[in-house]
Design a protein around this ligand. Sequence first.
Ligand code: 6GU
Length: 241
Amino acid sequence: SSFLIQVVTIFPEYLAPLRQSLLGKAAERGLVDIAVHDLRAWTDDVHRTVDDAPYGGGPGMVMRPEPWARALEEVRPPGTRLVVPTPAGRPFTQAMAAEWAAEPGLVFACGRYEGIDQRVADWAAEAGPVSEVSIGDYVLAGGESAVLVMVEAVTRLLPGVVGNRESVEFDSHADGLLEGPSYTRPASWRGHDVPPVLLSGDHAAIARWRREQSLRRTAARRPDLLLRLPEGALTEAERQL
Ligand code: 6GU
């Protein structure tokens, strides 16, 4: 019944942080089950070779398909989504995290070198959904740190993992906008004051102010997000801001 996360990698130690903190507690409470597998367990030669030179030439090495196929045949339950982290993937988003959190589990295939032979993802798509995803426009040495990012984004959306449901519902990105600024005591600090509306006790005025801050911050930092909001997400007054 718990959400099952499986990771196949040649660096299983890199995934040790999955046992820490929020995720570790969720695992202890049986809300999520995390298994990390060493790809080399499915190699077939004494040197436990996982890579080879690219067809067509070029720099670097490509991960061989056969160890991946044997690993996935053993660890991937039928129909479970296979996630392949790659800088050449579709951008990972909060909406994807929410969709994946509603599924029974996920299998992550971490590539190193110049990636995994493309036929692995093509073949795996015959048995269930496959998502080749990137976590941003920069290049990492391998998919392991991207898996840490995606697993954290997904598991905190699982029922019961985060104590306060509201802190998930009001997250940055949950409504397609960035979250505005937050303040705590003291009301005046080193010449910087908390915006007075937050001390007013007028909850409707506070909600309006927060919405405006969200919109202004999103327009300044992430104008691309405003352009992707669904029709009718902004009132006429908000479109003028
Ligand atoms: Cl998911 N993997 C790698 N290797 N590099 C990345 C990435 C993923 N996302 C951005 N850069």
